[in-house]
Ligand binder design. Structure first.
Ligand code: C2E
Ligand code: MG
Ligand code: MG
Ligand code: MG
Length: 282
């Protein structure tokens, strides 16, 4: 797979596609060593209580400082890592690193420390060692289980297989919080949702986007009704609800009026280094 070779051979019909393939190949081949070399790091984005603006949590979002391709956002490598199975060791690293940071906040701020929210890929939720991994990391880092939230997508929890559900029940019994990420974009079986060990719904940013003053086509009215319905649904199920992608003060106010508990988005803060959270708490 000499790169020069590839170029010479494929350039004639689709150089862009070839470059993408080479990048994908390089990324997946170098991922294991990249974990060892410390090329991944986590940014943290505040989760804010809408009623009083208190910082209550922080979502850990992984980034890859790649020596050749520069700074990579997760959509460049998470899907790929899922395909290759690398998501399991990468996910373990993310969990450990996030909990290491959570412990620092726990020691410094006590009860005021934010809970830490960690994304789990579908493949991780099906990994038989998930529960043991989480228990081990919590024990080793000394993070209280109630200060860890795991974010799963609808497809991860709505499957028919029992194993992931058993894992979620075990995690929930340990005191770990479970959130459904990007709620509303997948296929949720509402009857089934009632029986899941879930604590929080995170409403996808695409619904929040429409919460502006007005749109020529009246779509803002529909979006506001959808968000209102999702908030009512969450509360009827006894769950907390967080809105993602909150970009304006108007959206934050509207969400608070609707009864949404928490918000996350550029209006409050962009994802950033852990210092950002520490400063907000100080
Ligand atoms: P997500 O879990 O839904 O995370 C929220 C995404 O929305 C983040 O993108 C965040 O930077 C972005 N965001 C936050 N506020 C706003 C806003 O006001 N407006 C807009 N337009 N976007 C906003 P990011 O960091 O690029 O992550 C993308 C996705 O990658 C995440 O979506 C999550 O599904 C996945 N991901 C990130 N870190 C991890 C990880 O450690 N493990 C796994 N399995 N997936 C991860
Ligand atoms: Mg998330
Ligand atoms: Mg999300
Ligand atoms: Mg997302």
């Amino acid at each position: 797979w000499a790169k020069s070779d590839g170029k010479a051979k494929w350039a004639l019909f689709d150089p862009e596609r070839n470059a993408r393939e080479v990048a994908r190949f390089t990324l997946s081949a170098t991922m294991p060593a990249a974990i060892e070399r410390g090329e991944f790091y986590l940014d943290y984005q505040p989760l804010v209580r809408l009623s009083d603006g208190q910082l209550v949590g922080a979502e850990a979002l992984v980034r890859w400082r790649h020596p050749e391709f520069g700074l990579l956002a997760p959509d460049r490598f998470i899907g790929l890592a899922e395909e290759t199975g690398q998501i399991v060791p990468l996910g373990r690293w993310v969990l450990r690193e996030a909990c290491r940071q959570a412990r620092l906040w726990q020691d410094r701020f006590g009860q005021r420390a934010p809970f830490i929210s960690v994304n789990l890929a579908v493949r991780q939720s099906r990994d038989p060692s998930l529960v043991a991994d989480v228990a081990k990391v919590l024990a080793e880092t000394g993070v209280e289980p109630g200060r860890l939230q795991l974010e799963l997508t609808e497809s991860a929890v709505m499957g028919t297989a029992d194993e992931p559900l058993d894992a979620l029940r075990a995690l929930s019994a340990m005191g770990v919080r479970i959130a459904i990420d990007d709620f509303g974009t997948g296929y949720s079986n509402l009857a089934y949702l009632r029986h899941l060990p879930v604590h929080e719904l995170k409403i996808a940013g695409s619904f929040v986007e429409g919460l502006r003053a007005s749109a020529a086509d009246g779509s803002h009215v529909v979006d506001a009704r959808i968000v209102g319905t999702l908030v009512s649904l969450a509360h009827a199920l006894g769950l907390g609800v967080t809105a993602e992608g909150v970009e304006t003060e108007a959206q934050a106010r509207r969400l608070d009026d609707i009864g949404c508990d928490s918000g996350q988005g550029w209006y409050f803060a962009r994802p950033g280094p852990p210092d950002q959270i520490t400063r907000l708490l100080s």
